[in-house]
Design a protein around this ligand. Structure first.
Ligand SMILES: [Zn+2]
Length: 427
């Protein structure tokens, strides 16, 4: 069997690919709160059963956000050749983020205009999901004597951490028999995403003592203490982070170092309610909190990352006798980076060269995605993100995915299936 036969099967499905992506976009799977998850799973189940897949619905009972109004439904579709071999798993999240402002298109219209399909989730990542379905169907049509098995999953809640989706499935052992994973996130059709940086979120609270605002010397301002913390971060920590560079090929390049975002700050009286015209009461703030979002590198150790923040706070304590603080871990994810020699990486790189006549680019994502759960809970290292769409369009108004990009990446995925599950060359 030649590349040409498989590529022709994908090309012949171009209209089907467009229609499938449009149908998926038209199901508004907004997260939060987690709407229409069952609807999109039912839609995909019907589609894939018609192509010979067996389907399983898995509700992540008890996962964050799961409730009767918004059940966390996941779909796993599987087709087995009946002949031994590897299992190739395509995992896409089916949830999308809120619409936001600034749209000139119907965010759930799935309009096709020239080469572009518009809508929330078009690039992140219903275009990629559609491409993986077409790739599998084209491969099965072109290669009846294939080996092993193919799985396509559509999972919940990636945009809110993946606990009702891939993390839940991994905990239930659904990746135990899987050999290769492709996550068709929008990293672009000629790039292989090997993994992502690590994450540590923490809340830091400074303590003070409340007093009348006209006599602040009788109190102790938690906001002034936090100001000292922020000054220390600004003067000492940011230069340190900027000096830490990584060998990870993170894109964009600005993320090829350690970064820290101060996500929020709250201190003193609560924000007045919308529409309130009253004046605030004069008080010295006795609490001030920030949430920090620290992204760390594969060369860094999480204990060391946390120690840097403790060092900042201890230095402030030395300068300010009444200073006291609390620090609370909110969330942590280890960095992951799949080896370039891993079978799924080599196979995808070769397929990109055959389809696009260009060498694959290797990248690492600045933020995390569901690979973290496949790596840590599923204990599977042979995993990449590869799919159509431009990452910078994700979560933006007028999000779109290119039809040609979807078709090309479907061709790449179909050739990966041929490489990993096709009959041996000698047959
Ligand atoms: Zn995504």
């Amino acid at each position: 069997m030649t590349d040409a036969a498989i590529l022709a099967e994908v090309t012949a499905r171009r209209q089907d690919l467009i229609g499938l992506a449009q149908d998926l976009i038209r199901i508004p799977t907004l997260n939060p709160p987690g709407q229409h998850y069952r609807t999109i799973c039912d839609y995909l189940a019907a589609r894939l059963m018609a192509s010979g897949f067996a389907v399983q619905f898995v509700r992540a009972v008890g996962a964050p956000g799961d409730c009767e109004a918004y059940p966390r439904w996941n779909l796993i579709a599987r087709i087995d050749s009946g002949r031994g071999g590897d299992c190739v798993h395509f995992n896409s999240h089916h949830d999308v983020v809120e619409v936001g402002h600034g749209w000139t298109r119907d965010p759930f219209g799935g309009a096709l205009d020239g080469d572009r399909i518009y809508g929330r989730g078009a690039c992140d990542m219903k275009g990629g999901l559609a491409a993986s379905v077409i790739a599998a169907e084209a491969f099965l049509a072109a290669c009846p004597d294939w080996r092993g098995s193919i799985e396509i999953s559509a999972t919940a809640d990636e945009e809110s951490g993946g606990y009702g989706g891939v993390a839940y499935l991994a905990e239930q052992g659904h990746f135990a028999h899987v050999t290769h994973v492709i996550i068709p996130e929008p990293l672009h059709k000629d790039r292989i995403c090997l993994g992502h940086r690590g994450v540590w979120w923490a809340e830091i609270e400074t303590h003070g003592r409340i007093a009348h605002g006209s006599m602040p010397f009788l109190g102790d301002s938690a906001i002034r203490h936090m100001g000292a913390v922020l000054a220390e971060i600004e003067q000492r920590l940011y230069p340190l982070l900027a000096s830490k560079h990584t060998a990870m090929p993170v894109v964009p390049e600005g993320a090829r170092q350690s970064t820290l975002n101060i996500n929020s700050i709250h201190g003193g009286a609560a924000e007045p309610e919308a529409g309130s015209t009253g004046l605030p009461a004069p008080c010295v703030a006795d609490r001030c909190r920030i949430v920090i979002d620290r992204r760390f590198l594969i060369e860094e150790d999480l204990c060391q990352v946390k120690q840097e923040i403790t060092d900042v706070l201890e230095r402030v304590r030395q300068q300010r006798p009444s200073f006291s603080y609390e620090i609370k871990d909110l969330f942590e994810v280890q960095p992951v980076m799949t080896d370039r020699d891993a079978p799924i990486v080599r196979s995808t790189a070769a397929a990109i060269e055959r389809v696009l006549a260009t060498a694959a680019d290797y990248v690492v994502s600045p933020g995390t995605y569901d690979q973290k759960h496949i790596d840590r809970i599923g204990r599977l290292k042979n995993c990449i993100a590869y799919g159509p769409g431009l990452l910078h369009l994700a979560h933006q108004p007028d999000e779109w995915v290119g039809v040609q990009d979807m078709e090309d990446s479907a061709k790449v995925m179909a050739l990966v299936l041929q490489d990993l599950l096709g009959p041996p060359a000698s047959a």
